[in-house]
Design a protein around this ligand. Structure first.
Ligand SMILES: C[S@@+](CC[C@H](N)C(=O)[O-])C[C@H]1O[C@@H](n2cnc3c(N)ncnc32)[C@H](O)[C@@H]1O
Length: 207
């Protein structure tokens, strides 16, 4: 029999009893993360008909499902992840590391000069549990995401991104505020209280 570490046993235990996991199975979503996006969308109306949406850190595809369902075939969803993602109707999938120039070029090539209405980003580095390692790795992804928005967002466009509260976030929020009309933080119910994750929503991109 395969041995289980105490922490993975605890994770498995929490996973099978988690109400969002159960709900995702009932609703046909690939991940419990879908409910974070659904809650934020309900409050902040992220999706508009015909929108071009880019989903960064998309696997296994829970957010991409929410986006394509919200757009009802009247828009475009491009999803990118390091990991392979099962095909999803109405979603264009790119596999690669967002930190690689070649992968970014592939993504920009797909846009072919078209500008996005919304960038959603649930990327997070593989956390080691060592804050001094994890926080800078997360801040690096956030910086790249903001650079990406500057390249691809329409005037008035939106960014929703996962963040980890910690070093660098005050300065990051200021950087985002300089480019967008409004910046708010969201902690949806499906985001575990024990997690440092919070979502930053920036609207009204200024070109
Ligand atoms: C929390 S999961 C995303 C869950 C997804 N939003 C959903 O609803 O199914 C974070 C994802 O970010 C991806 N990721 C982390 N670093 C990345 C990178 N540098 N480039 C691309 N994807 C990355 C991971 O592979 C992982 O699949």
């Amino acid at each position: 029999m395969t041995r289980k570490s105490t922490s993975s046993a605890r994770w498995l235990d929490r996973h099978v009893t988690d109400k969002w996991v159960k709900q995702a199975q009932l609703d046909g979503y690939r991940s419990r993360a879908s409910y974070k996006l659904i809650e934020i969308d309900k409050r902040d109306r992220l999706f508009t008909p015909g929108a071009l949406v880019v989903d960064l850190g998309a696997a296994p595809g829970g957010w991409a499902q929410v986006a394509s369902r919200a757009l009802k075939d009247k828009g475009r969803v491009i999803a990118l992840d390091l990991l392979e993602m099962e095909p999803l109707a109405g979603v264009e999938v790119i596999q690669g590391d967002f930190r690689d120039q070649q992968v970014l070029d592939d993504l920009l090539g797909r846009l072919d000069g078209g500008l996005a209405d919304l960038v959603i980003c649930d990327m997070a580095p593989n956390v080691s549990g060592i804050k001094a390692v994890d926080q800078p790795a997360m801040m690096y992804l956030l910086e790249l995401t903001l650079d990406f928005c500057e390249q691809v967002l329409k005037t008035g466009g939106k960014l929703l991104t996962k963040t980890f509260e910690g070093a660098g976030m005050v300065e990051y929020r200021q950087q985002v505020k300089a480019r967008f009309g409004r910046v708010v933080m969201r902690k949806p119910a499906a985001s575990r209280d024990s997690s440092v994750e919070q979502y930053l929503l920036a609207t009204g991109f200024r070109r």
